[in-house]
Ligand binder design. Sequence first.
Ligand code: SAM
Length: 248
Amino acid sequence: MTDPWSQRVMERFGRSADRYDGAAELQRAMARQLAERCRREAIPRGLWVDLGSGTGLLADDLEQLHPGQRVLRVDGSDAMLRRHKQLARTSCLDLNKPLPEWSAAPVLLSSSFVLHWLTDPARCLQHWFERLDQGGWLILAVPVAGSFQQWHQAAERAGLPCTALSFPAVDELLDVLPGAAVRHHRLHRFSRRAQRPLELLRPMNTIGAGSSRHAPLQPGQWRRLARAWPDTGTPTLTWHVLSLMLKR
Ligand SMILES: C[S@@+](CC[C@H](N)C(=O)[O-])C[C@H]1O[C@@H](n2cnc3c(N)ncnc32)[C@H](O)[C@@H]1O
């Protein structure tokens, strides 16, 4: 059975499926980078699976850059999977659970902006790696600890809880992997600017990524948070995103 937190996360993404592609700029940019990185390696053909595929941004880029190779698209939200192009192969699964036994071991597992939504990201990453075929590849992008420092600072200054999601630490993820498997590893910083602090959070809500484990702030508390935001002249929000490429 899916745990209540993950159920809530997937339902919220599902309710935003129609709006996702229009607002997921960061996810789109990262998907392109991951797919291009895959093109630079001679990844064998076989079973390629995109985990937490959403509307299919990464799976579509992978297929476009590797003509003839199909990508199985896995997500826990049916509404997200219904957005995929006709004839796409999809599978609705809870990624907190072990991956199913497919007819062959996957040669490529990809995942972008998903791992941090799972209840134990490091354990899932390790499991995904172990399920690769010998010589198979895993490519991943995940926001990590250190992201949203402006939001954390504003909450502290305003004496409010920070309702941002907590992200896994880079070391926590790398520690579960054999060092020799890491073929690429980079920390990207993306900063978004807006006229007003709370506008920085809007795209996350639009794409369904606004779930929080904390009780929601009241309108007055949001106003206090906005007033306490650092650099109110040009409010900024910074993501730290880890990209990893592993070969088994
Ligand atoms: C931010 S979206 C990323 C989608 C896509 N990879 C992209 O980069 O555009 C996160 C996706 O993870 C899925 N997801 C979150 N928790 C999940 C879980 N426990 N099992 C399966 N999918 C999950 C959501 O339904 C959503 O489609």
